[in-house]
Design a protein around this ligand. Structure first.
Ligand SMILES: NC(=O)c1ccc[n+]([C@@H]2O[C@H](COP(=O)([O-])OP(=O)(O)OC[C@H]3O[C@@H](n4cnc5c(N)ncnc54)[C@H](O)[C@@H]3O)[C@@H](O)[C@H]2O)c1
Ligand SMILES: O=C(O)C[C@@H](O)C(=O)O
Ligand SMILES: [K+]
Ligand SMILES: [Mn+2]
Length: 351
């Protein structure tokens, strides 16, 4: 029996509804397989934990997580209790940075039964590689003065290794796909960091003559994600651009509740973390209508990372089959609950 140790952090809001769904699906897939098992250790780190302890996770939290094969996280954020920048930086971004998860991979694809808001959706299938360790997400900056003369400064940080890592990962990924890379830029308006990003792109591109690659301004790219998502294969973007593009990716699929994500530690020194694109969705919490597919697809990405690609493929097929059969939560046009969708996926896996 092959065993994997998984750190589970449901977090806040619907994270606590969709994470149990994903664990259920993982266990069902594993027992159908017969040779794989998961050992879960759950951590209560969340905004409620913050109210009790004054921090989102304990001082030695990373030390506690280090020994696991992977981390499965739901969502972080309850702005009623804790300001969003405090909760996000205290937990999610703390882990991304602490474990050098420098890449965030976020696929989006059309599948049958998903009700896309696009009038005539084609068979799109793309992956956004989001730079995940620097860029616009930086602690460098501060505030001075008071009242009407207040000033806030936030510096973007773009390093050669950070940018090159993301781009190179994207080109490598494209080799095994359709062989096409799009680099998201904004060098017409952001005059220091984005021309730098473009220079690194040109250097990396030169190493991959077999890959078709182009650079597109982020504003036009955002529109193309809506008007022609089928034109893309691998898209590489800075931290903030990638954040925004991947909510659009979820939206064109039909709901951001479907979109999966993987925060990857490239060296293998630390565990990688798997959490969907969506947040804690305070507007639907407790209503049993959270779409579990984003979290389940995310668990599939975790299996791919652990080398269990066949098991992962089986899970995605089961999700597609159940969606095609119309067992769907309201965000994608159905009337099923989170639990009903999860049960249907588990039933499908047992077939
Ligand atoms: N990675 C993360 O943990 C993460 C990501 C985004 C936002 N957040 C946090 O989540 C909180 C809410 O943020 P937000 O409202 O901007 O984004 P959100 O993703 O939580 O919600 C946006 C919209 O999408 C819907 N939605 C999201 N996931 C869904 C699902 N699985 N099924 C059905 N509908 C779903 C919500 O109901 C809401 O209408 C904030 O505290 C924010 O900081 C965390
Ligand atoms: O800004 C972030 O990275 C948090 C969240 O919006 C995400 O996409 O993971
Ligand atoms: K999330
Ligand atoms: Mn986001």
């Amino acid at each position: 029996m092959k065993r994997f140790s998984i750190a589970v952090i449901p977090g806040d809001g619907i994270g606590r509804e969709v994470v149990p769904a994903a664990l259920n699906v993982l266990d069902t897939a594993a027992s159908a397989h017969g040779g794989i098992a998961f050992d879960y250790t759950e951590f209560p780190w969340s905004c409620e934990y913050y109210l009790e302890h004054g921090e989102m996770m304990p001082e030695d939290g990373l030390e506690q997580l280090k020994k696991f094969d992977a981390i499965l996280l739901g969502a972080v954020g309850n702005p009623q209790l804790v300001p969003d920048h405090v909760s996000l930086w205290g937990l999610l971004i703390n882990i991304r940075r602490g474990f050098q998860q420098s890449i965030n991979i976020r696929p989006a694809k059309y599948f049958e039964g998903l009700r896309s808001p696009l009038a005539d959706p084609k068979q799109f299938d793309f992956i956004v590689v989001r730079e995940n360790s620097e860029g616009e997400y930086s602690e460098v900056g501060g505030r001075i003065h008071q009242g009407s003369s207040q000033i806030a400064i936030q510096n973007s940080i773009f390093t050669r290794p950070g940018v090159e890592n993301a781009l190179r990962y994207g080109f490598e990924l494209a080799k095994g796909r359709k062989g096409h890379v799009t680099s998201a830029t904004k060098s017409n308006g952001i005059v220091h960091t984005m021309p730098f990003w473009d220079e690194v792109f040109a250097d990396v591109k030169a190493d991959y003559p077999e890959i078709e690659a182009e650079s597109t301004h982020i504003d036009a790219l955002a529109a193309f994600f809506v008007t022609k998502p089928e034109a893309f294969d691998v898209v590489v973007a800075s931290n903030l651009f990638g954040d925004i593009l991947t909510d659009i990716g979820g939206a064109v699929m039909g709901s951001i509740g479907i979109a999966p994500a993987a925060n990857i530690n490239l060296s293998g020194e630390f565990p990688s973390m798997f959490e969907p694109v969506h947040g804690s969705a305070p507007d639907i919490v407790g209503k049993h209508i959270a779409n579990p597919i984003g979290q389940i697809w995310t668990a599939k990405m975790m299996l791919d990372h652990l080398g269990e690609t066949e098991l992962g493929a089986g899970i995605l097929s089961a999700v597609e089959e159940v969606t095609k059969n119309g067992v769907k939560t309201p965000d994608i046009g159905g009337s099923a609950t989170t639990e009903e969708v999860t049960a249907a996926i588990c039933e499908q896996l047992k077939k």
